[in-house]
Design a protein around this ligand. Structure first.
Ligand SMILES: [Zn+2]
Ligand SMILES: [Zn+2]
Length: 230
């Protein structure tokens, strides 16, 4: 992969020092004034896609965590999603979801998903692909939060191959240690089934306080594919 935008010397030639200096001058000229973000976007495709997922997240409409997700196949975005109530229903921020409206009193983060009518970002991305007849088999999911229990199993059934996430999420059953342990074990069973692994990305997030209601430590053990920071 050339970094000189096609301006490099002909293959096999060994340019003289002066020519070399001129080339360096050229490459500086090409990148002069280029935003750092643009350079990052070209140098690391994972960060490029995660930054797009962060932009998708801006439309999230939920009183809980705000999440953005996108599905990529062959380095092309085939679907996007953010979390909120189903279409044509009252938005979560307008009180449309009973569970989310009572999340501070009765239902903590990660609890009572069976009562929650908000559709998660990853689910919405998969469902938009389904609606438009786009296969998600072999795809990569970029999501601004580690997929929850439900999203993880649905992604496996949609044959999402790899996952890249930004913020931590982990299974928890309030103060019930045994239940939390069982949930964690089952969750890990799902995590190790992604052939391309589940990876955390380190991308700056200026809106983390708005988007993430509770900062979670990483408690999920490394999967056998090697969950890695990139
Ligand atoms: Zn909600
Ligand atoms: Zn989810």
């Amino acid at each position: 992969m050339g970094k000189h935008n096609g301006q490099s010397a002909h293959a096999g030639e060994n340019p003289a020092p002066a020519a070399k200096a001129a080339m360096n001058e050229d490459s500086r000229a090409i990148t002069k004034g280029e935003p750092q973000a643009a350079r990052d976007a070209r140098e690391n495709r994972h960060k490029y896609f995660m930054n797009i997922a962060l932009a998708v997240r801006l439309r999230a409409n939920c009183k809980g965590n705000r999440v953005g997700a996108l599905i990529v196949l062959d380095n092309r975005i085939i679907s996007t999603g953010y979390n909120g109530t189903p279409e044509n229903m009252v938005n979560c921020l307008d009180g449309g979801c009973y569970r989310c409206a009572n999340r501070d009193k009765s239902y903590k983060s990660g609890e009572a998903y069976d009562l929650c009518i908000c559709v998660h970002a990853e689910q919405n991305a998969i469902l938009a692909a389904a609606r438009f007849g786009i296969s998600t088999a072999g795809s990569t999911m970029y999501t601004t939060m580690r997929p929850c229990f439900g999203c993880a199993k649905e992604m496996l059934q949609a044959q999402v191959r790899s996952v890249y996430y930004l913020h931590e999420w982990n299974p928890s059953a309030k103060d019930d240690v045994l239940k939390t342990a069982a949930q964690t074990a089952e969750y890990e069973k799902l995590m190790i089934r992604f052939p391309g692994g589940v990876h955390r990305l380190d991308v700056p997030d200026a809106d983390v306080d708005w988007a993430v209601s509770r900062k979670m430590p990483a408690t999920i053990s490394l999967d056998r594919h090697g969950t890695v920071d990139i």
